[in-house]
Design a protein around this ligand. Structure first.
Ligand code: ATP
Length: 369
């Protein structure tokens, strides 16, 4: 199937109605609030959200470093509340790598295997395979205090993957790397996940990182999971305002539901124009709804009867690959439009020009209230 990852339907990790409360009384923090999520075997699954939303807490509950206040965690369908971290088939790669500086690269990777009592031949074979996987064979005899941050990252990955855990937990593992190295490691991590077939659960607050690597993403805010979906689903069909705003750039436009028959409906835009739409929320006729429209889904057209909106260009920014237009609509609202630049790009529009805006109805996402 075109070399794409085939994610199995079998469940690797399940969180069922999990809450985690730290502290007590007035100082109480509800880090997770009744969270349920299912992660499939062989999946690259990302927990994405702003600082403090509960990502690390959920990861630590799966690893067994914390216990849920309520709810249960299942690995391979088995409740693991009673199992300490080392008895779960789970390994963690930490942000700071936590390598042994006085040991060589190979000794670091071998360490966990020796602790598990594996025989010498098996340890050697696995270490070699892991160093090949992370492309660190040539530096195997260097001490980890004498290699770069990016190389340390690779060793930490090899060490965590060596005992072949069923699930690998990664807590912002790329945050210490510079931008170029981080982009390179994003591709490398995805490759390692595909080659090993191990389920990866990856924590990040970087939306671009999440979109480029994940099979599915859970977007979190304030101890809740707001939406779970593939990168395309999350980007093209954000469920609510937080998700739409956190991932990419979005224009929010207020509209009114004017018709609804089953899944088919019509909405009235602020310009008075009505457009068909697929009903995705419970909003009935007469309800106000918010539409999320991505800047690149808007076309600039003549200001005539075919336009969904009319407005005046207030600012134009040229970015090389594309140009961003800021447009003040007749309703007073400002919107952003992004257009890809063609070869031989010429400035056809100027600040002050009156333009029409058109959006395919499918690109007008009605948000959950
Ligand atoms: P970051 O990206 O900053 O690591 P996060 O999304 O991983 O954030 P968590 O670390 O899971 O968030 O924290 C969620 C909430 O729980 C925060 O308000 C945090 O302050 C609180 N919290 C986490 N661990 C503890 C703890 N051991 N004791 C008290 N409060 C905690």
């Amino acid at each position: 199937a075109w070399g794409l990852n085939i994610v199995s339907a079998a469940v690797a990790v399940e969180a069922k109605n999990v809450s985690k409360i730290f502290g007590a009384g007035v100082g109480e923090v509800r880090a997770l609030d009744n969270v349920s999520v299912t992660i499939r075997q062989n999946e690259f699954f990302t927990l994405l959200g702003p600082s403090g939303c509960g990502k690390t807490t959920l990861l630590r509950l799966i690893a067994g470093f914390e216990m849920p206040t309520e709810g249960s965690i299942l690995l391979d369908g088995e409740e693991v509340a009673h199992l300490p971290p080392f008895k779960r088939h789970v390994n963690t790669v930490f942000q700071n790598y936590a390598l042994f500086p006085h040991m060589t690269v190979a000794q670091n990777v071998a360490f966990g295997l020796e602790m598990l009592g594996k025989g010498k031949a098996e340890v050697q074979q696995t270490v070699a395979a892991m160093l090949k996987l992370v492309r660190m064979e040539e530096l195997k005899d260097r001490r980890t205090s004498q290699i770069s941050g990016g190389q340390q990252q690779r060793v930490a990955l090899a060490r965590a993957l060596a005992p072949r855990p069923k699930v690998l937990l990664l807590d912002e593992p790329l945050s210490a790397l510079d931008l170029k190295l981080r982009k390179e490691m994003q591709i490398e991590l995805k490759r390692m996940q595909l080659e090993t077939g191990i389920t990866f659960i990856f924590v990040t607050h970087d939306q671009e990182e999440a979109l480029t690597m994940s099979d599915r993403i859970a977007v979190m805010s304030k101890g809740n999971i707001l939406q779970v979906g593939s990168p395309t689903e999350i980007y093209e069909h954000p469920a609510d305002r937080f998700v739409a705003d956190f991932i990419g750039e979005t224009n929010f436009i207020e509209a009114e539901v004017t018709e609804r028959i089953g899944d088919d409906g019509r909405i009235k835009l602020p310009s008075g124009i009505q457009v068909p739409h697929k009903v995705t929320t419970s909003a009935g006729v007469g309800s106000r709804v918010t539409l999320a429209i991505r800047p690149e889904r808007i076309d600039l057209v003549k200001a005539d009867a075919d336009a969904h909106f009319t407005g005046k260009v207030s600012n134009i920014v040229y970015f090389g690959t594309d140009t961003t237009f800021h447009i003040d609509l007749e309703s007073g609202q400002g919107v952003t439009v992004r257009m890809q630049n063609r070869l031989g790009h010429r400035d056809v529009l100027q600040v002050g020009d009156v333009v029409g805006l058109r959006v395919e109805p499918e690109a007008m996402q009605v948000l959950r209230d």
